[in-house]
Design a protein around this ligand. Structure first.
Ligand SMILES: [Fe+2]
Ligand SMILES: [Fe+2]
Length: 170
């Protein structure tokens, strides 16, 4: 399962997390294809699920912050992915679900990033003061600062604020 720049959504932090998800998904698929023992596959699935949950929380926070109208539907897709993966994890105890598991992970990541994530990222970049071509070089750094909730001096685009995630206005 290969990462392609075609998956980039334009927000560095989100793109980095997507790359990490691809890596975790590739590890599962490789473990399945190499017919590694159940424990290897199980551990790879746990790692994917944990990374995905953190990533989903970050995306949903950003959507809430920016009052993204598609939040509920998007969150539902995240829940469905986590539920399905946990179901497959359980089934793998008694059945060989490797084909379905690999196919599901591949398809879900491909479709969700291309459609739902790109749509929400475009909205965030559109409505935030940090979006737009003239600020293209700065916007990802500002989001990173917001996510890390670092204290920083007021930026040139904003007169005040501490740079924390709550101060990132949309
Ligand atoms: Fe998402
Ligand atoms: Fe995502």
């Amino acid at each position: 399962m290969q990462w392609k720049d075609d998956y980039l959504v334009g927000i560095d932090e989100i793109d980095e997390q997507h790359k990490a998800l691809f890596k975790a998904a590739s590890n599962i698929i490789a473990a399945l294809q190499q017919r590694q023992n159940w424990l290897e596959v199980h551990c790879a699935m746990v790692r994917l699920l944990e990374s995905a949950k953190i990533h989903f929380a970050v995306e949903e926070s950003l959507m809430r912050l920016c009052k993204y109208p598609g939040l509920n539907g998007h969150r539902q897709e995240h829940h469905e992915f986590a539920d399905k993966l946990m179901g497959l994890q359980r089934e793998s105890l008694t059945d060989d679900v490797s084909f379905w598991m690999a196919a599901f992970i591949r398809k879900w990541l491909h479709e969700h990033i291309h459609n739902s994530d790109k749509r929400f990222a475009a909205f965030v970049l559109e409505v935030t003061a940090i979006g737009g071509k003239k600020n293209a070089g700065k916007r990802d750094g500002r989001l990173a600062a917001a996510f890390q909730q670092r204290k920083r001096p007021p930026g040139p685009e904003r007169g005040s604020g501490d740079g924390g995630v709550d101060s990132l206005s949309c």
